[in-house]
Design a protein around this ligand. Structure first.
Ligand code: GLN
Length: 519
């Protein structure tokens, strides 16, 4: 804990709220005491973790990264997953930065007051400057194998001369805290890729579990039919320990999320570890779907993908290239995802009106007309109050999505947009399910590009930003579990590349087994 506390201080831009050090050290002391008595509560007892700011922590405000929820009031209850980890003795370090309400891929959709000085940075940032002093190889070694060194060196530098890169989003702070060892694992949320993308860009492992397997109780809703709580950790084995602990704790707690589905027992078991690896992959069948080869994908990513497939084969797995997932359907999946996610977000965010939830804006009453005087008026005082609260409270990306959602749900567009997207989702899910009946896993890259520079990220238009999600949304639309691991690295840049494994629902165990072998 002490180690993480010192690391936590070096990445102040990745925390939304931190638990005070006294409380942390007291928890660590209690855990040490239990250890001395051989009475540890679980394998996670005394292990520091962080959670994304859209999960409720009793002693902290629940902001979901939005100005509309910016308050000093504490929520007073824990999200069920947070509670489960605390019951296991894990030590909560604080909540982490995120794109507002989980909407975004770059970690830059944040309240205005927080955008300039406190952008969450990719911990790998700053490498350009160092290339003057170190060779690429040295840099890559330092970053991948001893992050402490790079951190110390970075601190010696004048920040203004360093080029910073996006950590990915929306679980930006969660990925950064894990990559910088300020927490040994983190909880994020993944609606269309928000755990897997930042995990990939910050070179850690990230799991989006089967939809409905981890309780969403206490998670601020974005798109309820897609939202999942995800886990980020430095390694696959570490991820699997957290996963198992969460499932086991959940069995002991009352069901507080109506979409929670009982997990088959075999999925909770430990997967076999390194010594039997070779043998285990012998019966594993992996599909490489050609539909995921999109034109934006550069040659290095394709090569890395081939290389991963080859490695699995070397370890005894059967790897087949398949074309039963239609490229047309896959290409439209991204649009379908955004139609559905925006529609659901419109509905979910309706509650932030300044009365039921959210802070109320001071209303400018000059142009307002009292309801009582002119009941027919278009702009009553109440409506003005709503409008100002929401205009000031929500960031531009959130507003864009609310408008988009309202439009696709309107009677003009409902059939052509919303229904069409829902149908496409069903077709894609069925095609993926068919493949996963014959194969254990799908192997695809998590992302096809490197993180953009933070100073350039703002000029990336919203549609281009959405394109980042093309590799991750298919698993989300089908509710399938997906795991991203760092695999390979970009030539002449210190960023890790990544691979993603997708399995049938509740087959997380297979993901862990194969990912660990590949890692
Ligand atoms: N980037 C995607 C979006 O903005 C995914 C977000 C998420 O998974 N929370 O919707």
């Amino acid at each position: 804990v002490l180690f993480c506390v010192t690391r936590a201080a070096t990445i102040s831009d990745a925390w939304e709220r931190r638990i005070d050090t006294h409380t942390l050290l007291e928890q660590a002391r209690q855990s040490d005491f239990r250890r001395a008595q051989n009475k540890l509560l679980s394998p996670l007892d005394g292990i520091p973790f962080s959670v994304k700011a859209n999960l409720a922590v009793a002693s902290l405000p629940l902001t979901a990264g939005s100005a509309i929820l910016e308050t000093n009031a504490c929520v007073g209850y824990h999200a069920q997953v947070v509670d489960a980890l605390l019951q296991s003795g894990a030590v909560l370090m604080g909540t982490t930065t995120m794109d507002e309400f989980g909407m975004g891929s770059l970690g830059i959709n944040r309240p205005k007051s927080k955008t300039t000085t406190s952008r969450t940075k990719n911990p790998i940032s700053g490498w350009h400057r160092h290339t003057k002093r170190f060779s690429d190889e040295e840099m890559i070694k330092m970053i991948l194998h001893s992050p402490e060194t790079i951190n110390t060196r970075l601190q010696q530098d004048d920040e203004s001369n360093v080029i910073f890169y996006s950590p990915g989003g929306s679980s930006s702070g969660s990925a950064v805290t894990v990559a910088q060892q300020a927490a040994l694992f983190s909880l994020g949320s993944d609606t269309g890729g928000s755990v897997r993308l930042p995990a990939a860009w910050c070179a850690v492992a990230g799991l989006k579990p089967t939809y409905g397997c981890l309780s969403r109780d206490g998670l601020v809703a974005y798109a309820s039919s897609l939202d999942t709580v995800g886990i980020l950790a430095p390694t696959v084995s570490c991820l699997s320990v957290v996963w198992r602990e969460l499932l086991q704790q959940q069995l002991r707690q009352p069901r507080q999320d109506s979409t929670l589905r009982p997990f088959q027992h075999n999925s909770i078991q430990t997967y076999s570890s390194a010594s039997t690896r070779q043998k285990l992959l012998e019966r594993v069948k992996v599909a490489v779907p050609t539909a995921f080869v999109i034109k934006e994908m550069s040659q290095p990513v394709r090569d890395n993908w081939k290389n991963a497939a080859r490695r699995l084969e070397e370890m005894g797995a059967t790897v087949d290239v398949i074309d039963t997932i239609s490229p047309q359907v896959l290409q439209q999946a991204l649009a379908a995802y955004y139609v559905l996610a925006c529609a659901e977000a419109t509905s979910n965010l309706g509650r932030y009106d300044g009365f039921r939830y959210g802070s109320t804006a001071d209303c400018d009453r000059t142009n307002a007309v009292r309801d009582i005087d002119q009941p027919q008026s278009k702009f009553s005082l109440l409506e003005q109050q709503y409008a100002q609260t929401r205009t000031r409270g929500f960031g531009s990306e959130v507003i864009r999505r609310i408008l988009c959602g309202t439009s696709v749900l309107s009677s003009d567009h409902y059939h052509t947009h919303y229904e069409a997207a829902a149908k496409l989702r069903a077709v894609l899910a069925q095609q993926m399910r068919d493949v996963l009946e014959q194969y254990d896993l799908l192997l695809v890259p998590t992302t096809f590009n490197m993180p953009p520079r933070i100073d350039e990220a703002n000029s990336i238009d919203s549609t281009a930003m959405m394109a980042n999600d093309i590799m991750t949304v298919p698993a989300s639309l089908g509710g399938f579990p997906a795991l991203s691991i760092p695999y390979g690295h970009w030539e002449r840049a210190p960023f890790a590349m990544s691979m993603q494994l997708v399995a049938a629902q509740q087959d997380e165990q297979k993901l862990f087994r194969v990912a660990e072998a590949l890692q």
